[in-house]
Design a protein. Structure first.
Length: 113
């Protein structure tokens, strides 16, 4: 989706999501921002529903597993997989939120291709 319509810029990543309801391959976070992320995988989630996920971020302070709870803002099917735009509503802990935001800020400071 076009970054011009977004509240926060998005940054391309490739982070595997830890979820129990995966059919085959684990879902993957394709991009993230300060307020949410785009995830793709063989998972089902309803528009407007709550989406729980854990994944590892890699700020310079050290890798950390973060758990998020968010709202499905949009979805689309691509073959046997689905893409979901997730707006983060909460993190598992303040430390996880700090690690996530540090990672996003570090991505923002890198030169863009």
């Amino acid at each position: 989706m076009d970054n011009n319509r977004r509240e926060h810029p998005r940054f391309s990543v490739n982070l595997y999501v830890e979820r129990r309801d995966c059919r085959n391959e684990p879902p993957c976070v394709l991009d993230l921002s300060a307020s949410g992320y785009l995830v793709r995988g063989e998972i089902l989630a309803g528009q407007g529903g709550i989406f729980h996920a854990s994944f590892r971020v890699h700020p310079s302070s050290g890798e950390m597993r973060v758990t998020t709870s968010g709202r499905v803002m949009h979805s689309r099917q691509r073959g046997g997989e689905y893409e979901y735009g997730i707006k983060i509503e909460s993190f598992g802990s303040p430390d996880e939120e700090t690690a996530y935001m540090s990672y996003v800020n570090e991505l923002a400071s890198r030169p863009q291709a």
